[in-house]
Design a protein around this ligand. Sequence first.
Ligand code: NDP
Ligand code: ZN
Length: 356
Amino acid sequence: MQAIAVEQGRGRPAIRERERPDPAAGEVLVRTLRVGVDGTDHEVIAGTHGEFPAHEEYLVLGHEAVGVVEDGGSTRFSAGDVVVPTVRRPPPGEENGYFERGEPDMAPAGQYLERGIVGAHGYMAEYFVTDAAFLLEVPPSLADVGFLVEPLSIAVKAVELATASRSSFTWHPESAAVLGNGSLGLLTLAYLKRVKGYDRLYCVGRRDRPDPTIDIIEELGATYVDSRETPVSEIPDAHEPVDLVFEATGYAKHAFEAIDALAPNGVGALLGVPEPWEFEVDGGRLHREMVLHNKALVGSVNSRARHFEASAEALSAFPGWFFDRLVTGICGLDDLAAAFDDDDTTIKTAVQFSEY
Ligand code: NDP
Ligand code: ZN
């Protein structure tokens, strides 16, 4: 079967022949439908993030998959079920409380592998096998866009973690600023609007009009903020202080600017993964601002089964036009370059391995 992998030192994805895997006891064989591409894949390809599997000179890419069960073996799955796999797996042969408790997203580095990212092959292959414990059944209506379940689950978890930090008092958030108009930012914007009931939403980018992401932001009823004109710290003056900031740019200054963008008692969720960058901030003023106004910042990475479930449910509530505009390319194996394009007309792409 064909798979898409990056070889050590190559810096570009290529098709590779691999044997179709055989499921062991407790495992499910899945025929892959579509696998999404995101910024993490680009970082893995460039070699700035992730790890190759032990003793392998290549890594099969892909962590955002949707597929159909080909062989459910003795598990609870049956042939024909539409399924989405989670990403983290326990390193072999060790007791691991995080996985035993069903909280793999809270495991520190070294206590997890990530399929397609850290030390384990991903889902960009015509078939993959996985332990049934790491597979979620989704409605057949998600066969086309189920590759968005994983990325949206990241937002679901971060919003949950941020909200939990406000659980000691009566918090009724009404406004939010999503920093970043990439696929994570836009999915989050739709989630906050359609599912979480935020009234007033802002989405920060750094692009000129016309731009397809600005069209989506405005169609969702949110306000586009150009960070070149209105820095994040000036959102309160230009618009209003917001209850929630959701950072999805990976632009390190935004972590600090978010503190000024927040209303008293507000919370900022940080999701970007910046490279090291030294710059000046007024640490004393920001520290004081957080303390005197009960503000919080929480970092959030990855997600677990219940976030996948909530994500699948949320996607089912998104309007059809949103997917038509967000997904700018579904590419076959004969058109790999397009799947990994990263220009301003590309928002979200996926590789199609088979038809539902
Ligand atoms: P993208 O690269 O697609 O999106 C980032 C967006 O932020 C781009 O649209 C970019 O604009 C915009 N941006 C960057 N800097 C600025 C700035 N200074 N002002 C305004 N806009 C800016 O990435 P994703 O949407 O896939 O992911 C977002 C971030 O989240 C990344 O850092 C990624 O690594 C991280 N991530 C974190 C996860 C987690 O579990 N914590 C999981 C998945 C992703 P432009 O395109 O115009 O440059
Ligand atoms: Zn992803």
